[in-house]
Design a protein around this ligand. Sequence first.
Ligand SMILES: *[C@@H]1O[C@H](CO)[C@@H](O)[C@H](O)[C@H]1NC(C)=O
Ligand SMILES: *[C@@H]1O[C@H](CO)[C@@H](O)[C@H](O)[C@H]1NC(C)=O
Ligand SMILES: *[C@@H]1O[C@H](CO)[C@@H](O)[C@H](O)[C@H]1NC(C)=O
Ligand SMILES: *[C@@H]1O[C@H](CO)[C@@H](O)[C@H](O)[C@H]1NC(C)=O
Ligand SMILES: *[C@@H]1O[C@H](CO)[C@@H](O)[C@H](O)[C@H]1NC(C)=O
Ligand SMILES: *[C@@H]1O[C@H](CO)[C@@H](O)[C@H](O)[C@H]1NC(C)=O
Ligand SMILES: *[C@@H]1O[C@H](CO)[C@@H](O)[C@H](O)[C@H]1NC(C)=O
Ligand SMILES: *[C@@H]1O[C@H](CO)[C@@H](O)[C@H](O)[C@H]1NC(C)=O
Ligand SMILES: [Ca+2]
Length: 618
Amino acid sequence: MERFKAVIFVLLVSCICRTLGQSCQGFCDIDLGACSCEPTCTSLKTCCTDYREYCVNTFPYSGTIFGGTDFVVLDATFNQSSQIICRFDDSIDTLGYVDDTSRGHCISPLLYETGWVSLHISDHGMRFDRVGSWLSVHSGKVDPKFKANLVNSTKWQYYGTPNVGGSLEMTWNTSLVRADRVNIELWGYKETGEPYSDNWQGRWEYLYSLAKHQPNSGSFSFVPKPAGNGFSSWELGSVRVSPSTYPDGTWNVQAAWTEDHALAWHLEEKFRQDSAAWALEKCLAWDLLEEELPNFLNEIIDCPCTLAQARADTGRFHTDYGCDIEKGSVCTHHPGSVHCVRAIQASPSYGAGQQCCYDKNGTQVLTADSIGGSTPDRAHDWGSPPFKKPPRIPGFSHWVHDVLSFYYCCLWSDNCKYYFKHRPSTDCREYEPPSSAVVFGDPHFITFDGVSYTFNGKGEYTLVTHRLLRIQGRTEPVNETSINATMLTSVAMENIRFNIIEVRLASAHNHLEVLQNHKTLSFAEQSWMNFDDSFVFCPTPTNVTVMFPSGAGVEVRLREGTMTTTVLLPEEFKGSIRGLLGNMNDDPKDDLVHSNGQPVQNYSNPEEVFRIGANFCK
Ligand SMILES: *[C@@H]1O[C@H](CO)[C@@H](O)[C@H](O)[C@H]1NC(C)=O
Ligand SMILES: *[C@@H]1O[C@H](CO)[C@@H](O)[C@H](O)[C@H]1NC(C)=O
Ligand SMILES: *[C@@H]1O[C@H](CO)[C@@H](O)[C@H](O)[C@H]1NC(C)=O
Ligand SMILES: *[C@@H]1O[C@H](CO)[C@@H](O)[C@H](O)[C@H]1NC(C)=O
Ligand SMILES: *[C@@H]1O[C@H](CO)[C@@H](O)[C@H](O)[C@H]1NC(C)=O
Ligand SMILES: *[C@@H]1O[C@H](CO)[C@@H](O)[C@H](O)[C@H]1NC(C)=O
Ligand SMILES: *[C@@H]1O[C@H](CO)[C@@H](O)[C@H](O)[C@H]1NC(C)=O
Ligand SMILES: *[C@@H]1O[C@H](CO)[C@@H](O)[C@H](O)[C@H]1NC(C)=O
Ligand SMILES: [Ca+2]
């Protein structure tokens, strides 16, 4: 009996202890009541004591889609007997390690998707109880300092064509590979199966070794030879530098990868003898293949007519990293153009992309007139959700369907007409610029239909409400003194999938903060982030642009301590919105109406405007 009591006592005590010291182990993103494991807990100071141990942050938090990035698991405790396994996207395991200072590390894997993927970490291979996330980035958007770089990429690109030969060189920062000796390997990408069927798949494979046990000197030169054993049939690939301690072709080890590129340098002898004839043959075969594939051109959006329009339509178009006027207009594939943009969204059923290029006069360059013309893409360069399978695999699918064929027809031979037959520029005949509305200053509103007024309400108000999107603004007094003036301090955007992106003025009023579902995002490493139903671009702490699948864009800017918000909506939204920014039906008279349906008489009368504003108070 005594013993029985003791057992009950122990059970009771352990119960009490568990509630008192609630743990985030297995409960990230959940509010446990007594304490919280939600991301907001840090600012609310309600975190459970082991929040950081189990809901982990990493440094860096992002890396190339190729994988091989070594990152530290911050704040979690490991010891020398830990055997770290990192699980990405609930499916790919990589081996981590513990360093001399007992910090845990993971290695990111090669992925077929970009954006945030889940990360679960296990200490002894049993419970994957540490939870975080990893941002996979398109290799074209990754800073060159995190890659192995092709020295004179033009030479790599044309190697084996007339008068281009000799040795090739690549360089990398030696700290990207933690080893004294490295192996240099070639990996290739191919797509197999019936296009647009379930068995259509993309796959990276280890091909062969270029050199083994080289000093990790940060540079490697070689004289390329045509590949044997059928490997020259791989036309797209990337060179990997990895520690020589691993067997050849080991997946997902720390590595520096080059940009994926056309493997001119290892193509068969026939290419070296007559590259133009070889390329024409490939170009003609591609022409035949394209004839059989479904036409995606009707599905893509028209190009803006001018450079100014293209740069203003930030909800639907974004700078093409391959030809950017802000970065000196290096337009390798678009000679004569100074700037190109890409349609942000892939087309709905084919995942196709649109690209629009402009010359120095700001006029659209068309393939009918110039080899540097804008060309649409069967596979959007940035891929598109749900990723993982062609044609939606970021970067790689685009290479296979739109870039290799450009090499065959336009770069390695002079038969661009075949390429342009299937990838003609889209002109701007059906292009309609978006409508815009603005909130700025104290706060001042200009509606989509051009009505301008000041509204000094304090609180949360609906700026735009629509079936697909709701945009809310929060206004607060300019300062604590009794002046009634208010200003915009936050804009929250809620998409149909209930993902909430909030952009708000930081308390010091010197930068903007971006939150996704209440979690603060850091743009320290990447200025572009994709979520399953939105994109966020934040090139500086005072410029944030949020883009939605509907083509809606919201630009938030901070200038001299004041937030300005511009909402851009394509014409599909016409007449189907409401809110403080009006109804967007080209009629300024009915933008704001009283609850009895009566339009506002006098926008200069603060009392009348105030009564209207109250209707849109959240
Ligand atoms: C390392 O940590 C594990 C559990 O976290 C523990 O069981 C083990 O005793 C620790 N080993 C050392 C040497 O501290
Ligand atoms: C790059 O390679 C090409 C082809 O061999 C050559 O003509 C060119 O001069 C090289 N450029 C530089 C900067 O070395
Ligand atoms: C190499 O990377 C290290 C660590 O990121 C950095 O400190 C160093 O400046 C880099 N070296 C060069 C030459 O870029
Ligand atoms: C730009 O405009 C000028 C004057 O209209 C014209 O002479 C020139 O050819 C144009 N340049 C291009 C690249 O179209
Ligand atoms: C508040 O506003 C008043 C009037 O504009 C200004 O004089 C004062 O400096 C402001 N105070 C703060 C703390 O910003
Ligand atoms: C501030 O607003 C209140 C009511 O909204 C009004 O009664 C008051 O006169 C205003 N004060 C100033 C200084 O404008
Ligand atoms: C920030 O936004 C302003 C106004 O839209 C624009 O002029 C500026 O170029 C932007 N800066 C960057 C780095 O995008
Ligand atoms: C509108 O309201 C303002 C401020 O109350 C007033 O000065 C102005 O005369 C009004 N205009 C008309 C046309 O009623
Ligand atoms: Ca209207």
